[in-house]
Design a protein around this ligand. Structure first.
Ligand code: DGL
Length: 267
C-alpha cells in the first residue's frame, strides 16, 4: 500500500500550491495531480455539480493511478463535496478546510478571524463551522473575493491593480479588527505579498497548504508513508491551454515536464 501514489486534485492549477507543500513535507512520495482546467471555476457552481465533478476525479485517480489517499486541494470542493465522497469511497480523503481552520485557531490571539474564499466556499459556511467547533468563542468574519482568482490567473500578483482589488475586499475585515486572515482558496497564497501590504504586519496570514501537508503526513502513518521512494510528480488536466505551463509553473514554483489531458466526463 505504501508504495502507491497520493492523488491531489483541484478545479485548476491553484491546487499546485498544496502539491508544493506536500512535496516539502513528504519528499519521497509519488504525487499524482489532477487539475480540472476545462471546468474551472468551481467557486460559482452549485453543490450538486461540485459533488459530481469531485466524484469523477476521485474515480479517475483510483482506477487509473490506484492512489492510496486523496487530497481535495480545492477549498470549494472540500466545502461542498467532502462529506459525500468520504461516504462513497473507501480510500482516505483529506480536505483543506479542517487543516486551514486549525491553523487559524492556533495563531489567533483575539479570536477575531477573517476568512476569504470563493463565493461557494463562503456561502457553504464550512470554515465558520469548523472554526467554531475548534474555538466556540471565535468571531469569524467571512468575505468572498471573486476577483482574486482571475487576478492570479492573469499573473497580476502585485502592482496597482492587485492592490486596489485586495484593499477593496479586505477593508471590511480590517474594520472588524481581525488579527488573523485565513486564505480559504488555492489561488490566494500567490497574492500574499499584496495582501500583506494591505493588512500590515499585525495581522497573521494563514493558508491551508502547509497544515494540510502535515495532516496528510499524520494520517498516512496509519497507511504507510513512503520512505524509500525518490518522490515524483505526475500531472493531469481536463484541458491543456496555451498558457498552461506558464501558469502551472507559477503555482508550483518549479518546472513541469509532462502533462496529460484526460476526458474526465468518462469517469
Ligand atoms: N480552487 C478553487 C478554490 O480553492 C478556486 C478556483 C475556482 O473557483 O475553481 O476554492
Amino acid at each position: 500500500m505504501k508504495h502507491r501514489p497520493i492523488g491531489i486534485f483541484d478545479s485548476g492549477l491553484g491546487g499546485l500550491t498544496v502539491v508544493k507543500a506536500i512535496q516539502k513535507e513528504l519528499p519521497q512520495e509519488r504525487l499524482v495531480y489532477f487539475g480540472d482546467t476545462a471546468r474551472i471555476p468551481y467557486g460559482t457552481k452549485s453543490p450538486d455539480t461540485i459533488i459530481r465533478y469531485s466524484r469523477q476525479i476521485i474515480r479517475f485517480l483510483l482506477s487509473h493511478e490506484k492512489v492510496k489517499a486523496v487530497v481535495v486541494a480545492c477549498n470549494t470542493s472540500s466545502a461542498w463535496a467532502l462529506e459525500a465522497v468520504r461516504k462513497e469511497f473507501k480510500v482516505p480523503i483529506l480536505g483543506v478546510i479542517e487543516p486551514g481552520a486549525y491553523a487559524a485557531v492556533e495563531v489567533t490571539r483575539n479570536g477575531r478571524i477573517g476568512v476569504i474564499g470563493t463565493e461557494g466556499t463562503v456561502y457553504s459556511g464550512a470554515y465558520l463551522k469548523e472554526i467554531h467547533r475548534l474555538m466556540p468563542r471565535a468571531k469569524v468574519i467571512s468575505k468572498a473575493c471573486p476577483l482574486f482568482v482571475p487576478l492570479v490567473e492573469e499573473g497580476k500578483l502585485t502592482g496597482p491593480v492587485a492592490e486596489t482589488v485586495v484593499r477593496e475586499y479586505l477593508k471590511p475585515l480590517l474594520k472588524e479588527k481581525i488579527d488573523t486572515l485565513l486564505l480559504g482558496c488555492t489561488h490566494y497564497p500567490l497574492l500574499k505579498k499584496t495582501i500583506r501590504k494591505v493588512v500590515g504586519e499585525r495581522v497573521k496570514i494563514v493558508d491551508s497548504a502547509d497544515e494540510t501537508a502535515r495532516t496528510l503526513h499524520r494520517n498516512l502513518e496509519a497507511y504507510g508513508v513512503e520512505l524509500s521512494g525518490r518522490g515524483s510528480g505526475k500531472y493531469y488536466v481536463s484541458d491543456l491551454s496555451r498558457k498552461f505551463k506558464e501558469n502551472a509553473q507559477r503555482f508550483l514554483g518549479r518546472h513541469i515536464n509532462r502533462v496529460e489531458k484526460v476526458l474526465i466526463e468518462k469517469y
